[in-house]
Design a protein around this ligand. Sequence first.
Ligand code: DP6
Length: 334
Amino acid sequence: MSNVKHIPSPVPGQATAVACSNIAFIKYWGNRDHRLRLPASGSLSMNLDSLTTRTVVRFDPALEHDELILNGEPAAEAARQRVSAFLTRVRQLAGISLAARVESANNFPMGAGIASSASAFAALSLAASAAAGLRLTERDLSRLARRGSGSACRSIPGGFVEWQAGENDADSYAFSIAPAEHWELSDCVAIVSRAHKTTGSSAGHPLADSSPLHAARLAQVNENLRRCRQAILERDFDALAAVTETDCHLMHAVMMTSSPPLIYWQPGTLTVMHAVQQWRRQGLPVCYTMDAGPNVHVICEVGAESQVVARLRELPNVLDVLVAHPGGPARLAR
Ligand code: DP6
């Protein structure tokens, strides 16, 4: 049942884990239960192999409170508190009370506007639970990661991953629908702004209910999930492109029509959107999707990758392009 490989920790009370970020084709936006992070709908994503977080957790009797080091620097207090609240959940599960030191580093540039909470909480779930002596199944790890950041539950299993909304805490978790090797896709992330976004996704989810379009998106999300799942299983790029862009537009329509409105797009976002649509009309297998930020994930078949990257780099407002391929599950490391 579990793909999680448990390796004995060389240091008692300490463990290291690595997890990939992911990009959703069908998005998670809005919650039915904010405290439990039970989503308004299911979602479907692909892990990103070259965008990873590596996290070391050490429960230490000498510590008075939890410490968080992010990319070599002490983290801001809000981030430390979010991690500390999550560690308390792990301590409750393990029946321990020790404080922990958490050192976490991303291998992708900070401030590039690439979401890091998915890879961060997936790596933290695995490292913290292993350091606390827990041996969780993949399902229970995914449920645990969900409590830290919703999208993190999709970075526990490998490859192409579906998060079933579920009815309650026990059945809201993610599972792999196909391994990373199933389909050679590329995610060419066009960085169009490095500015820090003003409303992060945690603050954005509660606003979904205020949009009159939220119910309309939810009314068709199960059909879009079905289409997306089928497109992936059949490696049908045209079908994947159609459903991915539709759900991206629907989610951003919800964001833009909530109170207050969330407008994440920048001029460069639209430049890339129009260019990608034109390239597809010319026959390139390529489509786009955006998360709660301005940068554009340009998805293509791997055979088109070099052309897509070269074309993206020529566009005005594109500052950089990061490339990732389907990635594996969260794993323990030394
Ligand atoms: C737009 O998982 O970042 O990227 O649970 O509050 O941490 P929290 O939210 P988060 O939301 C992700 C939103 C999204 C869409 C997606 O990845 O599915």
